[in-house]
Design a protein around this ligand. Sequence first.
Ligand code: 5GP
Ligand code: MN
Length: 343
Amino acid sequence: MTPFDKNSLDALHTLLNRTRRCVITCHISPDGDAIGSSLALCRVLRNAGKEVKVITPDTPPKSLSFLPGADDIVVFSRFEAFAKKIITDTELIFCLDYNDPKRVDLVAPALLASKAKKVMIDHHLYPDSFPDITLSHPEVSSTSALIYLVLTSISMGRFIDREAAECIYTGMMTDTGNFSYSSNDPELYRIVARLLEKGIDKDAIYKKVYFNNSINRLRLNGFALAERLADYPEHRASIITLTRDELNSYHYQKGDTEDLVNRPLTCPDIVYSLFLREEADYIKISARSKGDFPVNKLCTDLFNGGGHLNAAGGEFHGTLTEAVARVEEAMPLYDRYLPQQPN
Ligand code: 5GP
Ligand code: MN
């Protein structure tokens, strides 16, 4: 990774030394990295004697509820007044795993209005300028790995206990697809070695996060792949769609379609995959790709979204059919990003 900016690290160190109350925030629909990095930092700061609260915009997935400290998360959408008060009263707000206030949704007005100092630690491109201190490292595969590196760089590594290590490992594992992409940096494995030395059971963490299927979920994913996957061989793309009614018929729970968008990429010929899910009043788009194909550009261009080169998303206000038509129409424009050689 590129070295940390020394001024920013020093400023963070100084700020932490004179701060007692902190709030940690992460993005809406928090994933393993958002929750992992937030709970790890929370644990470490508490171990260092600080008063810390983690606030998420909405409810974290059940598959992460095993993480130490998950029970104590304040969900903004459920306890709005309480969460707002904490954000207003705190001295320091960490913004983890997001680059833009839009990504915290309903939390954004309170966050921006708070007089607290703001520190962004993140790995998404193009960080917004609202924080007082920004540690933005898109070359690092997870915010959780970044948290480890930041803490050890400001002499706080000694506060990383087994519980914090579990949280860090979970974020590193989930944001790299269990070390299957963005995961060639040897430094990642040096971090993993340190986390194992803190006593984590990485095999158990894998099972807790990934072996949590329900029969409905299995069937919904089977249905989506069998009946609702359109492939576009000339553009090396696929689109999966699910309507509200289809989701309801399989008793859809949040998170049930989390991995679906990745599945078409297991076909060597498919370079990018989109999944369009009908929500109550909009269409949620998830996109994944291989190699240099920029799904973040596609999501920005077509769906007012963004994200990483190989994992991005957006929203569409209209019908599912219109959203699909928008992608189909644009596909020829993105052919130039396809690899020249077949896989
Ligand atoms: P997912 O498909 O898992 O919901 O999102 C994958 C990644 O795409 C996220 O980590 C985030 O970086 C980005 N992303 C997802 N949805 C949106 C969105 O609506 N707007 C923006 N800017 N980024 C998104
Ligand atoms: Mn992340």
